[in-house]
Ligand binder design. Structure first.
Ligand SMILES: C[S@@+](CC[C@H](N)C(=O)[O-])C[C@H]1O[C@@H](n2cnc3c(N)ncnc32)[C@H](O)[C@@H]1O
Length: 243
């Protein structure tokens, strides 16, 4: 049973105040890098897995997508996505990606941002997505980078000069990781980079591109806090295609 932390009131209140939820896609520093991975959404049938407030679902429609199915485990998220959307071609539904079934060849693009690391059975989900895509269809997703996931438990420590260091512990030990972020004991699932990529290949995807997001000098000049993201990769961005 997946942990539904986004329906925890304290977690949801904290999460809702993040810049990326207040300002939407432009509040996410990795958004320009994601856009470079995305195909033109025009006329595409899109699934947005872990759609949250629906920011990306609405963006796909603004860019001409034929339809968007936005799925999320959290009632809070789906309620907010519905409240913020006035578009009958976007269908938001509650669904658990760990038990998800999708119709075969029903989508041209499957997108997911920062959600797959909450999914326990990644291989099952990737097979489901592969079946749900039309031939030539794209899967574009972001996750917490596996190195960040390992480095974040424990989070940074200070070295003798007071500088933050990020020990990477137990990288090869895959499985559950707990973290305290807006609530205690948030459950995530750690997989190595090799497992992540080999799972895609094993399901029949051809890897198109991978990015380990790092902010640009301009982004750091605008928001100096982002300099921390140069110390270790925080996010992995992947685009893969169904052959
Ligand atoms: C970090 S948020 C990202 C939301 C959105 N994609 C965005 O970028 O703004 C992660 C989302 O994944 C959802 N989620 C977590 N586990 C899930 C699961 N097993 N099935 C479906 N959604 C899940 C959460 O409810 C939450 O909305």
């Amino acid at each position: 049973m997946a942990q539904n932390i986004y329906d925890n009131p304290d977690f949801f209140a904290g999460y809702s105040r993040l810049p990326r939820q207040v300002d939407g896609l432009d509040g996410a520093p990795e958004w320009p890098a994601i856009r470079r991975l995305l195909p033109d959404p025009s006329d595409k049938r899109v699934a947005d897995l872990g759609c949250g407030f629906g920011w990306a679902s609405r963006w796909f429609r603004e860019r001409g997508a034929a339809s968007v199915l936005g799925l999320d485990l959290s009632q809070n998220m789906i309620a907010r996505a519905k409240a913020d959307t006035n578009d009958s071609a976007i269908d938001y539904r509650i669904a658990d990606l760990d038990t998800l079934d999708l119709p075969a060849a029903a989508f041209d693009l499957v997108y997911s941002a920062l959600t797959f690391h909450y999914v326990q059975d990644f291989a099952r989900l990737v097979r489901t997505i592969h079946t749900a895509l039309t031939p030539g269809g794209d899967l574009v997703f972001t996750i917490e980078h596996p190195i960040y996931m390992a480095a974040a438990h424990p989070r940074w420590t200070a070295d003798e000069d007071g500088r933050k260091t990020w020990p990477v512990n137990g990288y090869a030990r895959e499985g559950e990781r707990r973290t305290d972020w807006f609530a205690k004991g948030v459950l995530k699932h750690h997989r190595t980079l090799a497992t992540t990529i080999n799972t895609l290949i094993g399901a029949g995807f051809a890897l198109q591109r991978m990015e380990e997001f790092a902010p640009t000098p301009d982004q750091i000049a605008e928001n100096p806090n982002l300099a921390e993201e140069l110390e270790r990769p925080m996010m992995l961005l992947v685009s893969a295609r169904k052959a």
